[in-house]
Design a protein around this ligand. Structure first.
Ligand SMILES: [Zn+2]
Length: 248
């Protein structure tokens, strides 16, 4: 036992300097503090993006990124178009799935797409059985936002937000809260992979067309077709992710 102690060498891994905090992280931290201190309670609306930009004297993109991060962590949730409220309960699935992805190096993009197929093909079928008009309208709005993002800004972020919004609307259309929570968690790790897909020529255009086909099948109440269209969409996107070298 004493031998073991004597043989112990100091930790050979040099301490690396901690990266400087990013502005959006500081903004997010400030908002979390306000919630923690009770200045903002569950269900309270957050100030608008513009108000927060002025209040914190930071760039709008930092506020946007902070809101997106807090939303994906389940701290806040979107309500209506672009406003946010403090969430009732955090979604612990989000942080665990993200953590798993970061820590378990054997987990890759292919696993993520397999999980998506398991989750989203059945979600599409369920949505087709229920075909609730409000959910269809939300899917339409998301798909039109994708098309608009392609036409005007060409900004990958806007496009990807709208793309993910479609998939969340579809998950919500199942009427199953756990499916929706799971999709929220998947979205969080998916965002990075989608950035690589956006750069593949014709990939974003294909996504718009595929979303419309999925939506049509759901509106027609055709569960089999909805499942098949979702599968075709996910298979194509996964292929493009690998083409884009985004298998990390
Ligand atoms: Zn999609």
């Amino acid at each position: 036992m004493t031998d073991t102690m004597a043989d112990t060498v100091p930790n050979p891994v040099p301490a690396e300097p901690i990266a400087r905090r990013k502005t959006y992280e500081l903004v997010a931290e400030r908002l979390v503090d306000m919630i923690g201190q009770g200045a903002l309670r569950s269900g309270d609306a957050l100030a608008t993006e513009r108000e927060l930009t002025e209040r914190f004297a930071v760039g709008r993109s930092s506020v946007r990124e902070a809101l997106r991060m807090l939303e994906s962590q389940g701290v806040i949730r979107a309500e209506g178009g672009s406003s946010f409220v403090v969430a009732e309960a955090m979604n612990p699935l989000n942080s665990s799935l993200r953590m798993l992805f970061a820590l378990d190096e054997r987990t890759g993009i292919h696993d993520l797409f397999e999980l998506r197929r398991i989750l989203e093909c059945e979600a599409a079928a369920l949505a087709a059985e229920r075909k609730i008009p409000a959910d269809l309208a939300e899917m339409d709005a998301a798909t039109e936002e994708m098309a608009a993002a392609l036409a005007d800004s060409g900004l990958a972020d806007d496009f990807i937000d709208a793309d993910l919004r479609f998939h969340l609307a579809l998950a919500g259309a199942t009427g199953n809260r756990l499916v929706l929570h799971s999709m929220h968690a998947v979205r969080d790790v998916l965002r990075r992979a989608l950035l690589t897909v956006y750069r593949i020529p014709q990939s974003p255009e294909s996504a718009v067309g595929e979303h419309r086909k999925i939506r049509e099948a759901i509106a027609a109440g055709d569960a089999v077709r909805a499942r098949d269209e979702m599968r075709a969409h996910l298979d194509r996107v996964e292929l493009d992710v690998h083409k884009g070298g985004g298998d990390g």
